[in-house]
Design a protein around this ligand. Structure first.
Ligand code: ACO
Length: 331
């Protein structure tokens, strides 16, 4: 069974409620029809009657709950929660109301925060920054986690590496700036994500342009220090580095460059040293190896909220909703 089909089956086994705030995009309705028909999740669509009529015409979304952000009996509760969370940042009730009406992702996150939904998916017609900023501001990180990162579950066809071609790649989506502490945390979160989605133990490679000190540079030291921190702070995970990509994946290269490593030659979870490498790396594998790239899935948030690529198809939305529902089951 393909990876995403196993995730859909898991989502169906314990249905969660996921909010879709992009009522101004036809793909939302096409995906919603499929999700409801297959029984993957309960859905809330945030939109005005005009938006639903204009963009949703012809799709059967009768099983979804529609929330009109201008005419919702729960709206005051969400405004109050917004102000409670953000008054220190200067947010007044008027500002909260205006923001929720202007940007439905804020509405979606407040529904999650108030316990009226288990997760949210957006990003088909909003940038990654605009999708995740409301979640960072309102939902915040899980206790003990300092930074949210974004991973892709990569499914590489005909691939003997990783877990039969399945990998977690991170951070591919969120934080432009990393230091050793933050990178160590990405290792821990990515290890947990791999275990949760693939069901096998993660072997986390901390990638660099150097293997075990073969090159000397501040950026190599940053990754090597992250490995030290990760090993000390998270003794439950299998992590090693710094490693070049070939040493991380290919047993013959690992035997030459890092023969004692518990990870080299068998890595299934790749932590990139910065966002440029992670974002370019996943797109290279997606395009050149024709890999499935599911994500970016956010890790470290207190509740599951996930982003979509603006080039996504309705089926991609279905897949990300299923992954969000599985994260909600594990929350
Ligand atoms: N983890 C947790 N909280 C965070 C993080 C993080 N990684 N980054 C920012 N925050 C918090 C801040 O502390 C702040 O909280 P506060 O308002 O309570 O003080 C809040 O989020 C907003 O932070 P800012 O720095 O003011 O917001 P910014 O506008 O810089 O947005 C964002 C942060 C959206 C993550 C930004 O760094 C960004 O745009 N990242 C790149 C996203 C991107 O373009 N990715 C590549 C494309 S994805 C793809 O190709 C699929």
């Amino acid at each position: 069974m393909a990876f995403i089909d196993t995730i859909k089956e898991r989502a169906k086994a314990d249905k969660k409620t996921i909010v879709l705030p992009e009522s101004m995009d036809k793909r939302t309705y096409e995906a919603a029809e499929k999700i409801l028909k297959e029984g993957i999740a309960n859905l809330v669509i945030i939109g005005t009657p005009e938006e639903i009529e204009k963009y949703g015409k012809g799709y059967d979304i009768s099983g979804a709950t529609i929330v009109d952000p201008f005419n919702d009996p729960n709206k005051q509760k969400y405004i109050d929660k917004f102000v409670e969370l953000r008054s220190k940042k200067g947010v007044t009730p008027e500002m909260a109301k205006e923001q929720m009406e202007k940007d439905y992702m804020y509405y979606a996150c407040l529904m999650c925060k108030c316990g009226d939904a288990d997760g949210a998916v957006s990003g088909a017609c909003h940038s990654t920054g605009n999708t995740i900023r409301p979640a960072l501001q309102l939902l915040k990180t899980k206790p003990g986690i300092s930074s949210v990162s974004g991973f892709f579950l990569m499914e590489v066809p005909d691939c003997e590496f990783g877990e039969n071609g399945l990998f977690v790649f991170a951070d591919c989506a969120v934080s432009p700036d990393y230091d050793s502490e933050k990178l160590a945390e990405v290792a821990k979160l990515s290890s947990d994500s791999f275990k949760s989605f693939v069901g096998k133990d993660a072997k986390v490679a901390m990638l660099s342009f150097s293997s075990y000190g073969s090159a000397k540079h501040d950026r190599v030291t940053m990754v090597a220090d992250a490995v030290k921190i990760a090993k000390e702070k998270y003794p439950d995970i299998t992590v090693d580095g710094e490693l070049q990509l070939d040493a991380a994946l290919v047993p013959e290269v690992a035997a030459l460059k890092a023969p004692e490593s518990p990870v080299a030659g068998k890595a299934n979870t790749l932590v990139f040293p910065n966002l440029e490498a992670g974002n370019i790396g996943y797109k290279l594998v997606q395009r050149l190896a024709k890999a499935g790239a599911y994500g970016p899935v956010l890790q470290g948030l207190s509740m599951p909220v996930n982003d979509l690529s603006r080039g996504c198809f309705a089926d991609d939305i279905v897949g990300v909703v299923a992954m969000t529902a599985v994260q909600a089951q594990n929350a």
